[in-house]
Design a protein around this ligand. Structure first.
Ligand SMILES: [Zn+2]
Length: 282
């Protein structure tokens, strides 16, 4: 069995060592949806005849992965950071361009909220070490890359509820500019079940200062998701979950103004609009 597994992964390991490229083979390469804007993902089919296996793919400073969609095509998948400033993304091998993709404009609205507990907006010095430690933990979690063959990366919505804040919103808390909203907020009553949108392994299941009770799931192949402000966590670190398993319940722990799920999806460590992974549009 062990030999079988090794042979199964061998081409993957070799290709990633030789070319420093992550090669993802999948029967389902239609997700993430092609969404050429900051916070979205490029998903571009390239004829296999045009890709030189030995030569590294050059995408500027952007990370990428690949998905073999058929014998004829490979899809190049590039997560685009929300703060990406360029108008165009190119991929080339040696001097040959594989593609030039022009980005579309995406409107992200502003949101201004007031939080009365000053400790949550500007935490006192006592909380700083804890916050720093949790920041490092979550940074490490979202950057995990495990070379796993995904059969699909099409997600279901984790909670039935109302979208109360979209991805990418420019936020101000008590008039102070804060980080852009790097996930989707889904409003639902406290105690509403949260299900895993896709199979994976729980890599964090604990309490955070800002996120409250939080879960991180590693789906493999550079795809990770997180769930914050839960009233209760239903799984433990190391648990394997299937799509649809109950992982926790909606709550209002951490920095919140009411019960909701804050849901984030990361590809190669980059926060991406979770909508581009959804099987049904919101
Ligand atoms: Zn949120």
């Amino acid at each position: 069995m062990r030999i079988k597994i090794f042979i199964f992964f061998l081409p993957l390991i070799l290709s990633s060592c030789m070319s420093k490229m992550h090669f993802l083979s999948s029967i389902q390469c239609d997700f993430p949806l092609h969404s050429p804007y900051p916070g979205g993902v490029l998903n571009i089919p390239i004829n296999n005849n045009n890709i030189k296996k030995e030569s590294p793919l050059i995408t500027g400073n952007l990370k990428f992965t690949k998905c073999r969609s058929s014998n004829k095509y490979t899809k190049i998948i590039i997560p685009i950071p929300l703060d990406f400033k360029g108008k165009k993304i190119s991929a080339k091998q040696e001097e040959a361009f594989l593609f030039n993709e022009y980005l579309t404009e995406k409107f992200y609205r502003e949101s201004r909220i007031t939080i009365s507990d000053e400790n949550l907006v500007n935490p006192g010095d006592d909380f700083i070490p804890r916050i720093k430690e949790e920041y490092q933990l979550s940074l490490k979690a979202k950057q995990i890359y495990t070379p796993k063959r995904l059969n699909a990366w099409e997600m279901n919505i984790p909670v039935v509820g109302q979208i109360s804040s979209e991805f990418g919103v420019r936020r101000f808390i008590n008039d102070q500019p804060k980080n852009r909203h790097s996930g989707i907020d889904i409003y639902a009553k406290e105690g509403t079940v949260i299900t895993a949108p896709l199979a994976g392994e729980a890599i964090i299941a604990s309490n955070f200062f800002y996120k409250g009770n939080a879960i991180y799931i590693n789906h493999g192949a550079g795809l990770v998701s997180s769930y914050s402000h839960l009233s209760e966590i239903n799984i433990a670190k190391g648990d394997l979950v299937e799509q649809g398993d109950v992982i926790g319940f909606v709550g209002q722990t951490g920095r919140v103004t009411g019960p909701h799920l804050h849901w984030e999806v990361y590809l190669m460590g980059i926060s991406i609009n979770p909508e581009v992974f959804l099987s049904k549009p919101l």
